[in-house]
Design a protein around this ligand. Structure first.
Ligand SMILES: [Mg+2]
Length: 342
């Protein structure tokens, strides 16, 4: 019996307009994927923020071109995913959707949650941050104070025109832990250093991707002088990028949609740690399917940013358990993804 693969385009509607240093949007396209065999449906997702360069059409074309005989032995995961990876370069979100759906199927077949198959300790999951996009400082302060009632850390997007005003307003409203993501928004290293020192005085925890991803030399210069840890996001997509981040960054942000899914993300988490890098496990704007997948690995991370489904108002799946500021994987076999019933 062979697998069948189904794809369904789905548009995520965001609760708030999401503005970054380089773009602004109110929706994110995603492709919901199902792999079915023996009455078991594995669910996956390809979430496609504009900067990855994939679309619902490219992801669907990639996935429907896969010869599913690659899954004749579905437990031969390493071989199957390596084969899929070589079909075409890029297409990381489409590849992640396939990886996620396969892991969901395998876990259900085994009757165990994936985090248990991996032998992980769910109780070790760190609290997630909640992300606030670039906004008017007063609005941000209000939203930060509101989010601080639920979350133990907030991630603030910088690189706009009113960065210092925004941080000042937020700090006036709450003393919750703050992380900052510049999304490559700073070009000048001296100015960036001045910003980092100013942010350090406001008790910021870490800064993500302050400089353009290609400016390794500038980032290494900045890191040597920075009072705050600097994490790579855009600069680190896949496993091969992790080694290059050592010496330039203090940590790396691993996301399933960038790195083709759970299997490679796990390798990246282990590799980063071996290289002395700290590890953030992040996400795109995603449904609870993508978040359920990432949550399986969250106990391996130092820093967790799995708020993607919480930013969405039309999540088609049941939310993952949320307790004490933490997004947790559930006890269900596979990835625990359940279509929303309400
Ligand atoms: Mg980022």
């Amino acid at each position: 019996m062979t697998f069948t693969l189904r794809c369904r385009p789905y548009t995520l509607e965001l609760k708030h307009r999401f503005t970054l240093a380089h773009s602004s949007r109110t929706t994110t396209p995603t492709l919901l994927v199902e792999l079915e065999r023996d009455g078991i449906v594995g669910r996956g997702e390809a979430a496609m923020p504009p900067y990855l360069g994939e679309t619902q059409d490219t992801a669907r074309a990639f996935l429907t071109a896969i010869d599913l005989s690659v899954l004749d032995d579905p437990f031969a995961v390493a071989r199957a995913l390596a084969t899929v990876d070589t079909l075409a370069p890029g297409n990381t979100a489409a590849k992640a959707a396939f990886d996620i759906a396969l892991h969901d199927w395998l876990g259900q077949r085994l009757g165990q949650p994936h985090w248990r198959v991996l032998g992980l300790d769910r109780d070790a999951t760190p609290a997630t941050s909640f992300t606030l996009g670039i906004d008017d400082p007063d609005q941000l302060a209000e939203r930060a104070a509101d989010a601080a009632r639920t979350f133990r850390a907030l991630k603030i997007k910088l690189g706009g025109e009113h960065d210092r005003d925004a941080i000042t307003a937020i700090r006036r409203a709450t003393d919750v832990a703050l992380r900052v993501d510049v999304n490559q928004g700073w070009r000048d290293r001296e100015a960036a250093l001045a910003e980092l020192r100013w942010l350090a005085d406001r008790g910021i925890e870490l800064v993500e991707q302050p400089m353009p991803r290609d400016d390794r030399e500038g980032t290494a210069w900045l890191r040597k002088r920075s009072p705050l840890p600097i994490f790579a996001d855009e600069a680190v997509q896949r496993l091969a990028d992790v080694a290059a981040a050592a010496g330039v960054y203090d940590g790396v942000n691993v996301k399933l949609m960038k790195c083709t899914g759970l299997r490679e993300a796990h390798a990246m988490l282990v590799t980063a740690r071996a290289l002395g890098l700290r590890v953030m496990l992040g996400c795109m704007t995603e449904t609870s399917c993508g978040i359920a997948a990432a949550a399986q690995l969250a106990s391996l991370a130092d820093v967790v940013d799995l708020d993607g489904a919480l930013l969405v108002q039309n999540d088609p799946f049941e939310p993952m358990p949320f307790a004490d500021g933490r997004v947790l994987p559930n006890e269900l076999p596979g990835l625990g993804v359940m279509p929303r019933t309400r």
